[in-house]
Write a protein of this length. Structure first.
Length: 346
């Protein structure tokens, strides 16, 4: 489907596949953790996203098919039982690469989370641990008894009772209104998982669908993206991720939001190559030609990366700092963007 784009002989499927192979280290695709400077690292989520995108593409290179198979195997390095973690394990903890001082202080130790766990099952098309995961999803929901929202979300979000939360902290800690967050991109990925494996009976599904509709019908994604998605605080990335989950995940209960989602997308000017790819992808998902013409293939002879998601510190007293790009880690991947472009020109 290349007719909607300004084409260039330089950017072809073969060229993109060679780029993807050059950015593959034998197990995973490239990722950079950016805060003031860019630090290379391994993480589960970038590779799982690339695998999911490439599963919707025609792969021509046997070498890339082999890389895909290797990447799928590598994802198991992030898994303990039915839980998946963002970073590989060091001394039994999920910790980032190339962060010796932060790791020594355990400042970046992470619990398993719903996003990585759900997306890994989608990337591998694997329902092995689904029943255990469903039990967690049903337990880790906003109830204002075990869990409550941080002030920066509670004061601005519409009613979120019963919706899915982001993290899976140890259950012994889950009492007395423990502060946990919601994120509409994470929730969309969970809904995609439930639809893919026909678990529409999961408690929390209906509340989460209603919550996403309420958010989309507001202007919060444009005016306060951090409040609705603290881990994807970029409007075009949010709208891309929602579109992808709704279309590839067959979330027909949200299809009535098509016009509203396109309206929101048309209000945002992309700032970098990633956001241009997001905008064009939204157009392709919803068959909206005017958004698909937002990129020129000849402009991607060199790919400049943008932030796909972020790691923030939403402490109740310092939440305002978390909104700044100077105080949060942002995650870039050139390979992810080439995979997005490959799907766009399928």
């Amino acid at each position: 489907m290349t007719n909607d784009f300004m084409t260039d002989d330089f950017v072809t499927h073969d060229f993109i596949e060679r780029k993807l192979l050059s950015l593959f280290d034998g197990e995973e695709w490239d990722c950079q953790r950016v805060l003031l400077n860019a630090v290379p690292e391994h993480n589960q989520f970038i590779t799982a996203n690339i695998l999911t995108i490439l599963s919707h593409c025609t792969i021509h290179s046997p070498a890339l098919l082999d890389a895909i198979a290797r990447a799928k195997k590598s994802l198991h390095h992030y898994q303990k039982g039915h839980h998946v973690y963002h970073w590989r394990f060091k001394s039994g903890l999920s910790l980032p690469d190339n962060a010796p001082y932060l790791n020594a202080l355990r400042l970046m130790k992470l619990d398993p989370d719903a996003d990585c766990t759900a997306f890994q099952a989608l990337a591998l098309d694997d329902a092995t641990h689904l029943n255990a995961l469903i039990k967690d999803l049903e337990f880790y929901r906003l109830d204002n008894v075990r869990f409550r929202l941080p002030d920066f979300q509670r004061t601005v979000l519409p009613c979120a009772d019963g919706v899915f939360l982001v993290w899976f902290p140890p259950r012994a800690q889950c009492s007395n209104q423990k502060i946990e967050q919601v994120d509409i991109v994470v929730q969309a990925h969970i809904l995609w998982l439930l639809q893919r494996f026909k678990r529409l009976d999961c408690n929390g599904r209906r509340e989460t669908i209603a919550f996403l509709k309420t958010v989309l019908e507001s202007d919060l994604i444009l005016e306060n993206p951090y409040a609705v998605s603290p881990y994807y605080p970029f409007p075009l990335v949010i709208l891309y991720a929602l579109s992808r989950a709704m279309v590839w995940g067959n979330l027909d209960a949200l299809y009535d939001q098509r016009a509203r989602l396109l309206e929101l997308a048309s209000c945002v000017s992309p700032r970098n190559d990633l956001e241009r790819l997001c905008l064009a992808s939204i157009g392709k998902y919803w068959n909206e030609a005017s958004l698909q013409t937002s990129i020129r293939l000849d402009s991607f002879s060199k790919m400049k990366t943008g932030s796909f998601y972020a790691a923030t510190n939403a402490h109740r007293f310092f939440e305002w700092l978390s909104r700044s790009c100077w105080t949060r880690f942002e995650f870039h991947s050139e390979a992810l963007q080439w995979a997005m472009l490959k799907w766009l020109i399928e």
